[in-house]
Design a protein around this ligand. Structure first.
Ligand SMILES: [Zn+2]
Length: 426
């Protein structure tokens, strides 16, 4: 399940303004760090003009290229590194596709993996599984919790963890080395909400709440987002947690691929009396579709360019399409259609994959496929979650179905096997 974009964006922009007044040098996103632009020197002459322009126009800046920040000339791109005082990084293009320098990256595309046999299509591959959210005692705080009457509460972070464990077994059987970004309901970050109280207060003051309240008086209070408690909790479970997971992925796990596992949901209203709906759907996300406002932040602009240059996109898009086709076949779910195109761009050939700039898909420095199957508060999704895990099939709402956890894990594993079999010529 994704975070509500309007709120994220609103806070992101205003937070940047806050930092702008506090320290002119640190024009970075929430809990971001100043980018090391010199790293991009390693990517000089690794990409030709046309490929760079294609990735900028069709994948990363589909909502417009901010001309004052990124300028594409015939033989180089000029990228603004800091706006005040203005500094520029110049990326020299390779003269053509045949004369490109080697791309520096730690992950390996399918084509460069060692030979294997058809029954072990994932041999030699390092896959990190990232079960979304935390679950357990944090599920209510994360607002990833609802309960219908006396039934077992639905907590996304526990469901994704369960899927990841089933999936790990499947992937190992196919030859992969499986790593867990999270394998418990314990946060990866050592920080807790209390560590962010001061920052939360400053963000709120800067957002026109001169004397922010400490507490949420009532969970249904529409003003709760203006409290220090709500803001500091969000800084903990969203920004700090995901940034910490990125450090783990990038400096310890070094995977060739990260699979982010989520369940989707539609607005359920009161979590203690949730609304169940008929709609159930599937989509997958890869990184891209940056907003012009996001690109005004120095770290996001840097991370986008680094990601583009690593060429994660072509690999992750092909993987996402293969996994989407496999999941669509197994689940029978229709493709989710975003109500607006303000934050996403449909990409690939399956009809199920969108580009979107999420923290995880941006920060993990390798191909990332982000799965969003099943609406947890759909009548079908809810019934299947409540049925739990089981062998074989069971009749649910009149249809014989595998357990939702096994259907999810099996179809992701089959999609990955299919992609790597084709790409490795097995
Ligand atoms: Zn989620």
């Amino acid at each position: 399940m994704l975070f509500r974009p309007s709120i994220v964006l609103c806070w992101l922009i205003s937070f940047w303004m806050f930092l702008g007044t506090a320290n002119a040098v640190d024009n970075v996103g929430i809990l971001g760090t100043e980018p090391k632009w010199e790293v991009l020197e390693n990517y000089q002459r690794t990409i030709a003009h046309d490929e760079f322009a294609r990735l900028i126009n069709d994948v990363y800046c589909t909502h417009g290229v901010p001309d004052e920040l990124i300028k594409i000339d015939n033989d180089a791109a000029q990228i603004v590194t800091t706006r005040e005082p203005q500094k520029i990084f110049t990326l020299q293009f390779a003269p053509d596709n045949n004369s490109k320098a080697r791309i520096p990256r730690l992950w390996r595309p399918a084509k460069s993996l060692p030979q294997t046999s058809a029954d072990k299509p994932l041999a030699g591959l390092r896959i990190a599984l990232d079960p979304g959210h935390l679950g357990g005692r944090w599920a209510k705080m994360e607002e990833r919790w609802f309960q219908l009457g006396d039934t077992k509460p639905v907590t996304e972070g526990d469901l994704t963890l369960r899927v990841s464990r089933v999936l790990a077994t499947r992937l190992r059987k196919l030859g992969a080395t499986v790593l867990f970004v999270r394998n418990s309901t314990q946060p990866t970050t050592p920080k807790r909400p209390v560590d962010f109280k001061k920052l939360a207060r400053n963000i709120l003051i800067n957002n026109g709440v001169p004397r922010p309240r400490d507490e949420v008086l009532n969970p249904k209070d529409p003003e709760k987002e203006g409290t220090i408690r709500w803001q500091s909790e969000m800084l903990f479970y969203r920004y700090s947690e995901i940034r910490r997971r990125a450090v783990l992925v990038n400096t310890k796990l070094h995977p060739d691929l990260v699979v982010c596992l989520h369940f989707n949901a539609e607005g359920w209203g009161d979590p203690a009396s949730p609304t169940l709906i008929d709609d159930n759907h599937l989509h997958l996300l890869v990184n891209g579709s940056y907003l012009q406002d996001e690109l005004t932040l120095d770290d996001e602009r840097f991370e986008m360019i680094r990601r583009l240059l690593s060429r994660a996109y072509d690999e992750e898009l092909a993987i996402a399409d293969a996994v989407a086709n496999s999941m669509a076949k197994a689940t029978g779910l229709p493709a989710y259609q975003y109500p607006t195109t303000l934050t996403t761009t449909k990409v690939g050939s399956s009809g199920y994959v969108y580009a979107r700039n999420l923290l995880a898909t941006r920060l993990y420095r390798c191909p990332v496929v982000y799965c969003e199957p099943y609406v947890m508060n759909s009548k079908d999704g809810f019934a299947r979650i409540e049925a739990g895990d089981y062998d074989g099939t069971k009749e649910i709402n009149g249809v014989e179905r595998k357990s939702i956890f096994r259907e999810y894990a099996d179809s992701v594993a089959e999609g990955l096997a299919e992609y790597y079999r084709n790409a490795r010529g097995l």
